[in-house]
Write a protein that binds this ligand. Structure first.
Ligand code: NAD
Length: 307
């Protein structure tokens, strides 16, 4: 297709100012503008976070997120619309966020921050604090996020195991299990970290059985998508003591509703789908868009193509 007009949809403002990305792309041999819903029909291509019906009239849509579970793949295909995502840019950011969660659990930082709000000088129980070397984290999904998590946790001395479709080894993972052996893999881990995309196959992958299989002193981390987890089953597991704690960046319902019991649990860290945020986000997305505009000009296949 001919690319003349590229729009930066104003929905990306939830992650960075749209103008920053438009400025970054200003040297491209196409016209780049920040657009609202009314201007979608003027564009051949749009960079966006949210889906709009009007995108079906464009040639190319680029998602600034890696997860594209909100986009209707079938309709894109029927209308010959290309969909690309931003997989590949979140390994370090999400890896550092997960390292932060684990350091909070081991060094009790979340307790200290909570106590500080109350001006309370409380030291942890003698056996509450620990160090990370000697612990094991089982990372479910060994793509960009999984590898980024493995690298940062590995550098902190955590033994990292992985779960993927096949048992084939992956650098940074000491042991790799196939999906069929998920429960064996998570059964002896101190931390279970979810980094798989949300698909029909992974919907509610973490259910009551999975939490029952985890150790009672283990903590669960979800930086993937809320619906990979049966959230009521997770809440039950936390309340009954089937697992010790959780760090959650994503939820079945976002923003997490005010009445959710997760907000008030001492061993639960809630972050607002912010694990991948960085002031460089617009640049990382911009480089992906530049690459694909270059490929389009050179008549080469797009990278990160989903549909
Ligand atoms: P990726 O494509 O690099 O990696 C996904 C990996 O999961 C791939 O290795 C794939 O083979 C594997 N996979 C897919 N289905 C599987 C299954 N059924 N069983 C086992 N493995 C399976 O994507 P990524 O950049 O690592 O992102 C993964 C997901 O994390 C995204 O789809 C998105 O939903 C989520 N995400 C969340 C944030 C955040 O801010 N919290 C940021 C980026 C990505």
């Amino acid at each position: 297709f001919d690319l003349e007009q590229l729009g930066v949809h104003d929905s990306v403002a939830s992650v960075f100012p749209p103008e920053e990305l438009a400025d970054f792309l200003a040297d491209l041999p196409v016209s780049v503008d920040v657009i609202g819903d009314d201007e979608i029909s003027d564009c051949d291509a749009v960079v966006t976070i949210e889906h709009r019906e009007a995108f079906l009239e464009c040639d190319w849509i680029h998602s600034i997120q890696a997860g594209v579970d909100r986009f209707p793949f079938d309709e894109f295909e029927d209308h010959d619309v290309i969909l690309t995502n931003s997989t590949g840019i979140h390994g370090r950011t999400v890896g550092e966020t997960v390292a932060g969660y684990l350091l909070s659990f081991s060094r009790r930082l979340h307790d200290h921050v909570a106590n500080q709000q109350e001006r309370q000088w409380h030291r942890p129980e003698w056996d509450e604090a620990f160090t990370l070397p000697g612990t094991t984290a089982c990372v479910v999904g060994t793509g960009t996020l999984g590898r980024g998590v493995a690298e940062t946790l590995g550098s902190l001395g955590v033994r990292v195991t992985g779960v993927r479709r096949s048992e084939e080894p992956v650098p940074g993972f000491e042991d790799v299990y196939a999906n069929e052996d998920l429960h064996t893999a998570i059964g002896d881990a101190d931390f279970v970290v979810v980094t798989v995309p949300l698909t029909d196959e992974t919907y509610h992958l973490f259910d009551a059985d999975a939490f029952e299989t985890m150790r009672e002193d283990a903590s669960f981390v979800n930086v993937a998508r809320g619906s990979v987890v049966d959230q009521p089953a997770l809440i039950d597991a936390l309340e009954s003591g089937a697992i010790r704690g959780a760090a959650l960046d994503v939820f079945e319902d976002e923003p997490l509703p005010e009445e959710s019991p997760l907000w008030e649990m001492d061993e639960v860290i809630v972050t607002p789908h912010s694990a991948a945020l960085t002031r460089d986000y617009f640049r990382d997305v911009g480089e992906l868009v530049e690459t694909n505009v270059g490929r389009l000009e050179a008549d080469e296949a797009f990278t990160n193509r989903v549909v």
